[in-house]
Each structure stands twice: as structure tokens, then as C-alpha cells.
Design a protein around this ligand. Structure first.
Ligand code: FAD
Length: 241
């Protein structure tokens, strides 16, 4: 197929300018060039990131390498992969050892500040991509194959050929998809389960405190020498970290 004409072949709307939406826009720009017009609709007035650091996993590294961003991201990484074996994982009632989860399964951990990752991705957005802020998608309608109308909270409407939901855990795109899906394609009793994410009962506690404090309290604590994820077990049940 040739994409040599000046006009865009089709328009892609991405709902959500998180890491997922940005990576998709960069990917389209790299492989489809200017023939595909990309519009990112972001609910907030800026690209925000929840949380601080992020570990870049094996699969993610493959994507980053394909996008030729590996060197740039490694440079911005707080702890380049060559200098760490990654964290160990062990249950709290086992004082010694631990499973080298990151180095075995995830490849060596490569933590990066989320804002640095976002900044790199923003720099690589293609010129055919426009980010629209303060655009919270509420729903969409499919008028015909390849023609979707997007509805926003500010009551504006936009057209697109393809819509991709990158709008996170409470995705409006996913909600609309399942609420309007052909009833023969999905068990209708499960639709609520797909559209309204609910708490599974698993908790993850996270806290940051200075290493010097731990040194005072417990000088031989294993976490002082290496990165360790500890899983607490309560009432004989797994799942508490
Ligand atoms: C505590 C914690 C630690 C984690 N650590 C890691 C880690 O170390 N490594 C790792 O790989 N992953 C980690 N994750 C998972 C990772 O953060 C997420 O998978 C990733 O951020 C999801 O990105 P996303 O772009 O899909 O969604 P999000 O980051 O949720 O972005 C969604 C975007 O869509 C926008 N949006 C939402 N609704 C609408 C709407 N209706 N209209 C328009 N815009 C909308 C939001 O404002 C947001 O900008 C962690 C997650 C948590 C909670």
C-alpha cells in the first residue's frame, strides 16, 4: 500500500495523554509518518503523571528499542540497568534469601522518573499529532464504519476514523465499548464487570523514608544493601505487600 499522497490517510483519536497514549502517538509517527493524523484528547490541562518512579520491564524495553529511544531513556534513568541486578522478592516471614524477580523475569530493573519519561515521549511526538487539553471524553457514537463522533464533557463534538482508549483504569472508551457492544458478542451479565472496575481486595502499602533512619533502627537490614520487595502474609492469605 502506498502512503505517498499529501493528505492524511485517516485520523486516529487517542483518548488520554498518559504514558500509553503518548507511546502510541510516537509509534504511529515513527511507522506511519504524516499520513496518519493523530489527535490526543486529554481530560486535564497538562500531561500529569501519577506517582514518581517507574521500572521499565523487559517487554517495555523491547518497545523502547523498536522506537529507538533506548539510549535516551537509559541516560535519563536513575539507575542504569548495567549497575543493578534489580530487586529481590521475598515473603516477610523468610528472613534470608529472596527470589531475583526482576533480573529473572523482568530483565534488570531500569527505574526512571515518570516525568522524565513523559518529557522524552513528548519530544518525540510527530508533527502530525495535536494534543488537545481539557477534553474529557464522555462517550462516542459509531455513525458508520470508519466514522466515529466523540462527545466531550464541555459539550463539544469531534469526528475521527479510529478511536483508541488510553484513558486509564476508569476508561470512558472501554465503558462505551461494552455498553454499546453487540449483545451476541459478550455475556451481558459480565458487562458491568468490564465497565466499572472494582477493588479486588488486594492492598499494596508504599512508603518512603530515609535510609539513615533504617540504618539507626536495624543496621543489618537487607534492604540497606539491595533493593527488596517484601510480601507480608496475613491470616494465611497472600497478596499483601
Ligand atoms: C503505585 C503504582 C506503581 C506502578 N509501578 C509501575 C512500574 O514500576 N512499572 C510499570 O511498568 N508500571 C507500573 N505501574 C503501572 C503503570 O503506572 C500504568 O500501567 C501506566 O501508568 C498506565 O498508563 P496509561 O497511559 O495506560 O494510563 P494512565 O496513566 O492512567 O493515563 C490515562 C490518561 O488518560 C486521561 N483520561 C482519563 N479519562 C479520560 C477521559 N475520559 N477523556 C480524556 N482523557 C482521559 C488521564 O487524565 C490520563 O492522562 C504502576 C502503577 C501504580 C498504581
Amino acid at each position: 500500500m502506498s502512503f505517498s499522497s499529501g493528505a492524511p490517510k485517516f485520523r486516529v483519536a487517542i483518548c488520554g495523554a498518559g504514558i500509553g497514549g503518548l507511546v502510541l502517538a510516537v509509534t504511529i509517527g515513527k511507522f506511519a509518518g504524516r499520513d496518519v493524523e493523530v489527535d490526543i484528547y486529554e481530560a486535564h490541562d497538562t500531561i500529569t503523571t501519577a506517582g514518581v518512579g517507574i521500572f521499565v520491564s523487559r517487554r517495555t524495553i523491547e518497545v523502547i528499542e523498536t522506537l529507538c529511544l533506548h539510549e535516551e531513556i537509559s541516560r535519563a534513568s536513575t539507575n542504569p540497568s548495567s549497575s543493578t541486578r534489580g530487586s529481590k522478592f521475598r515473603k516477610s516471614d523468610i528472613p534470608e534469601g529472596g527470589f531475583e524477580w526482576f533480573s529473572r523475569i523482568v530483565r534488570q530493573g531500569n527505574p526512571i522518573h515518570r516525568q522524565h519519561l513523559v518529557d522524552i515521549l513528548k519530544q518525540h511526538l510527530p508533527s502530525s499529532c495535536t494534543v488537545h487539553f481539557n477534553k474529557r471524553l464522555t462517550t462516542y457514537e459509531k455513525l458508520s464504519a470508519g466514522l466515529l463522533v466523540l462527545h466531550f464533557a464541555d459539550e463539544s463534538l469531534e469526528n475521527t476514523d479510529v478511536l483508541i482508549g488510553a484513558d486509564g483504569i476508569r476508561s470512558s472508551v472501554r465503558k462505551t465499548l461494552f455498553e454499546t457492544i453487540d449483545k451476541d458478542l459478550v455475556d451481558s451479565s459480565k458487562i458491568r464487570y468490564y465497565t466499572d472496575p472494582s477493588w479486588t481486595g488486594t492492598l499494596v502499602y508504599r512508603a518512603i523514608f530515609p535510609a539513615e533512619k533504617l540504618l539507626e533502627m536495624d543496621p543489618s537490614n537487607v534492604s540497606l544493601g539491595e533493593l527488596m520487595i517484601v510480601s507480608l502474609q496475613e491470616s494465611g492469605q497472600d497478596g499483601q505487600e
